[in-house]
Design a protein around this ligand. Structure first.
Ligand code: TYD
Length: 223
């Protein structure tokens, strides 16, 4: 008997089914172009008559919007408090929006999810990727994406694309953003079947085409 048959991966044990809906997440560093890709994908799916819910973290609910203001635009927040605030946002968000939408058969597209916290708080803030992963898994009660698209951006390109008024996390140094990038890539390498890594330096339409192809395969495949 193979080792994996004796000890199934934690992901296999903890992950709950998202059927009848389908759950897609876009992740990546600041300036990766996630919001453009979220918009292109939602428009394409909606034009085919699919029922789509677009949301983002932090935010998406009234409580989430309040947490977003505190954690991104407020004064200093201690790293552990920051991790807990992002976890609280996701816990509420999953209960209020994501789980009901998936249960109703919608395609949920989210701009950031648990991996952002693992990469930013776990790797970037150095709180420990495994600890933040456990915290996030608990917060979302095993509701994980069917597909996570990582838009891989270098700190230099990300910096050049950011707006004039960076938020608390965007203002961090390149070393922080590089650690975040490595965090995302490590997560994708662990579970290639559930991830798609795309070079964020490609043209938006090229990225969209790669994402579309993978979504079509994934939606058609049994889950
Ligand atoms: P985002 O919504 O992508 O920013 P914007 O709309 O300004 O482009 O993300 C906001 C910031 O929050 C981003 O720097 C990443 C950070 N973040 C975390 O650090 N942990 C998390 O769990 C999430 C969801 C976001």
């Amino acid at each position: 008997m193979s080792e994996s048959a004796i000890a199934p991966s934690v992901d296999a044990v903890e992950r709950v089914s998202t059927a009848p809906g389908f759950f897609v997440c876009f992740e990546g560093g600041d300036g990766a172009g996630k919001s453009t890709q979220v918009r292109l994908l939602a428009q394409a799916l909606e034009s085919e008559g699919r029922d789509v819910l677009v949301t983002r973290q932090p935010g998406g609910t009234e409580l989430g919007a309040a947490i977003r203001r505190l954690v991104l635009h407020g004064d200093h927040v201690s790293p552990r408090a920051e991790a807990l605030l992002f976890a609280a946002d996701k816990a509420h968000h999953v209960d209020e929006l994501i789980r009901p939408a998936l249960a109703a058969g919608q395609i949920v597209i989210t701009d950031r999810y648990t991996d952002s916290s693992i990469a930013y708080q776990g790797t970037g803030r150095d709180l420990g990727a495994d600890e933040i992963r456990d915290l996030q898994r608990w917060a979302v009660a095993g509701v994980l994406p069917d597909l996570t698209v990582v838009l891989d951006v270098s700190p230099e390109v990300g910096r050049a694309r950011r707006g004039e008024q960076p938020d608390r996390l965007e203002s961090e140094a390149d070393a922080f953003h590089d650690a975040v990038r490595q965090g995302f890539l490590a997560l994708a390498a662990r579970e290639p079947g559930r991830y798609l890594v795309v070079d964020a330096g490609l043209a938006p339409e090229q990225i969209h085409a790669v994402v579309r192809e993978r979504i079509d395969e994934a939606v058609a495949a049994p889950r």
